[in-house]
Design a protein around this ligand. Structure first.
Ligand code: NAP
Length: 306
């Protein structure tokens, strides 16, 4: 099959790219290994995307999906396995088919970082979760802990309190949160208990999670915290495997290096959204997706007035 542009990843950056590319007359396919939406889809609440004072991540990405499918072919649950650069085009192999495309836009985003402690893998889905929006409801009336000290950890803890969890802890490895002060204030006001200087050593249980073994970073003392649910919220890692296949240049942290037009070092390969690092907001992803899509006109023999 042939398309002019393949967008890989259907989060806000990918959907936005699909809209802008389609409207510029570029025959575009958008792939996603899942149902799309990216990490934005699991945000309990988005309150800083202009025009929407408060909207759930699911609602916002569903609006984007409906909008994008007017202009591009959305191929959900079709994972891109490999990309090869040829002389003048690219060959893309997916779980379903093979495609020839003129340009590639990597909007592949990031994935949850793992704690890598004993018990994490075994208890995933049995008390360990990476998404409060998806699983918080199952812990109504129970005691839960959110691991991490960033914005996401604090937002998730507030959400867990809101869905009716009994005691909500935030467990952070340092003595100062990374999260914005406003989120810290709201969490404290809602009765969330923030435990500082606590390092997760192990997750314990039988069929389900029962407790967390924590080590105090200052005194080295260990303590066991009885808990029913653990939400790991310790940041993200870039999904850069396809970029590596194409020999796209990455930062030391593994994010794709782009110029202001969202070009990578490989002609015909563009990137947008969280995979480029930076602010990692829905609004920046959407903007980068638009710029990258329109920049691809330069290799597709099309013009765009900008
Ligand atoms: P983040 O800001 O990178 O924070 C990750 C947190 O996890 C940090 O507190 C870090 O501790 C901790 N951590 C990392 N590895 C750990 C480990 N192995 N064990 C224990 N703790 C560990 O990640 P995020 O909260 O997911 O946010 C990602 C990006 O999205 C950020 O740029 C954030 O600002 C943005 N975001 C913005 C909003 C908003 O504006 N409303 C909402 C959500 C996310 P240290 O602090 O010690 O490093």
């Amino acid at each position: 099959m042939e398309y002019e542009l393949a967008v890989i990843g259907a989060g806000p950056a990918g959907f936005s790219a699909g809209i802008y590319a389609g409207r510029a007359g570029i025959n575009t396919v958008v792939f996603d290994k899942g149902n799309g939406g990216g990490l934005a889809a699991i945000a309990p609440n988005i309150e800083n995307y202009a025009g929407f004072e408060s909207i759930t991540g699911v609602e916002l990405v569903e609006k984007m999906r409906k909008h994008a499918e007017k202009y591009s072919d959305l191929h959900m649950y079709e994972e891109v396995i490999s990309i090869k650069k040829n002389n003048k085009d690219f060959t893309i192999e997916t779980t379903n088919d093979k495609y020839k495309v003129g340009a590639v836009l990597l909007a592949v985003g990031t994935d949850h970082r793992k704690l890598d402690v004993p018990g994490e893998k075994e208890f995933t889905g049995r008390g360990v979760s990476y998404c409060a929006t998806c699983d918080g409801f199952f812990f109504k009336g129970k005691n839960v802990a959110v691991i991490g000290g960033g914005n996401t950890a604090l937002i998730e803890s507030i959400y867990l309190k809101q869905v009716g969890c009994k005691t909500v802890y935030v467990i952070h490895r340092r003595d100062k949160l990374r999260a914005e002060k406003a989120y810290e204030d709201e969490a404290v006001e809602k009765g969330i208990q923030i435990l500082f200087n606590k390092i997760v050593k192990q997750i314990n249980g039988d069929e389900l999670v029962k407790s967390l073994t924590l080590k105090d970073a200052k005194t080295n003392e260990e303590l066991e915290l009885p808990i029913d649910g653990i939400f790991v919220s310790i940041g993200v890692i870039p999904q850069n495997e396809l970029a590596k296949q194409l020999k796209v240049k990455l930062t030391d942290q593994g994010y794709i290096i782009v110029d202001p037009q969202m070009r990578t070092n490989i002609r015909g390969v563009y990137a947008a959204g969280d995979i480029t690092g930076g602010l990692r907001q829905v609004v920046t992803a959407v903007a980068e997706g638009a710029i990258a899509a329109l920049s691809s006109t330069e290799v597709l023999g099309k013009s765009y007035p900008y």
